[in-house]
Every structure is written in structure tokens, then in C-alpha cells.
Design a protein around this ligand. Structure first.
Ligand code: CA
Length: 226
């Protein structure tokens, strides 16, 4: 594969380049945001390994600019463990996958292979289930024509449900994806926020789309479920 590694820290960049070359890949390195955008639009790469903290502008902005320019090369974002909002944000701006630092080389190459197999494909920026829809990039949500004002956390929670319509999401899974691991298992923060969300997306519209599945978790009802 022809890979672009975007990383400003020289040691990390060298490590990534050598490791990936040893696996038989051709690797170019960009050391900052503007360079990354320039290189990725000039040459066709099979995948991009993108660090978030970069000089010039950060990895999110690199993603946004590439997608805006119609460059759909698969992007694997490298995220520090403590900054979990980054995951959701990274996927919003058009990254395809993320990997928590520190990571193993095996994991990195496995993810890259999977991404490259998938190839460059434009994706719809909007999420929709029934008349609920959400624009991850603009961070706006609507029920039909009515825009719904949501806090950052409520937005992430709604986005998670819209990405998994009809699926039962356990409290643990919701905690991990929306709050990271900062809360203890006994915390009722998920129930509390599902309550907030219902008051915004369901109750004003006389709907009950956000269901409680007893003993399991929560589920966003599919329109065909009636
Ligand atoms: Ca960095």
C-alpha cells in the first residue's frame, strides 16, 4: 500500500514510517496540517494515518478539508486515550476509523488493511431515522422541519442512537461511547441524559421513539416498528 503518515513528532513519525516500510508499504510523511492536505490531494494514497495534534492546523481540520475537496482516501485517526470526545469528533469530520494511543503495530496494520480494502468512498454526511435527522459536521439536529437545540453531550448521545437505529444499546456501551470510562458502572448519568433527550426529541412531538428495553438498555425505534 502507498500510505501517508501525518505526524509532527519526529520520533513517532520515524517509528511509524520504518514499521510500515518493514511490512512492505511505501510511506510518505507529512509533518503538519497544510502539508498533509497538499500531499493527500496531489497523490493517490491507499490510506492516511493522521495524528490530531499538528502544527498549522490539526488533524480534524485536515479531515474536513480533504473531504470538502472530494478526497475520500480512508483516514485512520490517532487519538490520545484521555481525549475521547475526539473519537466522535473525528468521525464527524470525515475520518473512517480511530486508534487509541498507545497502540500495537499489529493493530495499526490490521486497521489499515481493512480501511484500504474498503477503499475511498464518499459518505453521506447526514444521519436520518424516520423524521429525525442530524448533521454531524454542523452539529445540528431536526425532527422534521423543526430544529432541536441540544447540548454537546445530548448531541453525541442522539448521534450514537442514529448510527445504530433499532439496536439495543446497553448503558455500558453508551457510557463508553459518549462519556468514555470516566463514570462508574453504577452511575445513572445515562438514564438522566436519555431523559433530557426524550424531553427534546420525543415529548414535544408526542413521540416515544427512544425506548427503554427493560434490563438491557435503550433503543431508537425504527419507523417501521410503528
Ligand atoms: Ca502530534
Amino acid at each position: 500500500m502507498h500510505l501517508l503518515v501525518v505526524e509532527d513528532e519526529a520520533r513517532m513519525a520515524t517509528l511509524l514510517r520504518r514499521g510500515l516500510q518493514e511490512e512492505g508499504h511505501t510511506v510518505d510523511v507529512a509533518h503538519g496540517g497544510p502539508d498533509a492536505v497538499w500531499m493527500a490531494t496531489e497523490a493517490p494514497f491507499d490510506a492516511i494515518v493522521l495524528d490530531i495534534m499538528l502544527p498549522g492546523f490539526d488533524g480534524f481540520e485536515v479531515c474536513r478539508q480533504l473531504r470538502q475537496r472530494g478526497c475520500w482516501t480512508p483516514i485512520l485517526m490517532l487519538t490520545a486515550r484521555e481525549s475521547v470526545g475526539d473519537r466522535v469528533h473525528g468521525l464527524d469530520t470525515g475520518a473512517d476509523d480511530y486508534l487509541l494511543k498507545p497502540f500495537s503495530f499489529d493493530e495499526l496494520t490490521a486497521r489499515l488493511r481493512a480501511l484500504a480494502r474498503r477503499g475511498a468512498s464518499p459518505r453521506s454526511p447526514r444521519l436520518q431515522v424516520g423524521d429525525l435527522h442530524l448533521d454531524p459536521a454542523a452539529r445540528r439536529a431536526w425532527r422534521g422541519e423543526v430544529e432541536i437545540a441540544l447540548s454537546a453531550r445530548e448531541f453525541s448521545l442522539l448521534e450514537l442512537f442514529l448510527r445504530h437505529p433499532g439496536e439495543v444499546l446497553t448503558r455500558t456501551r453508551i457510557l463508553e461511547q459518549v462519556w468514555d470510562f470516566a463514570y462508574e458502572a453504577g452511575s445513572n448519568v445515562v438514564d438522566q441524559y436519555v431523559g433530557y433527550l426524550r424531553r427534546k426529541i420525543d415529548q414535544p412531538f408526542n413521540r416515544r421513539d427512544l425506548e427503554t428495553v427493560r434490563g438491557a438498555g435503550y433503543r431508537l425505534r425504527l419507523p417501521e416498528d410503528g
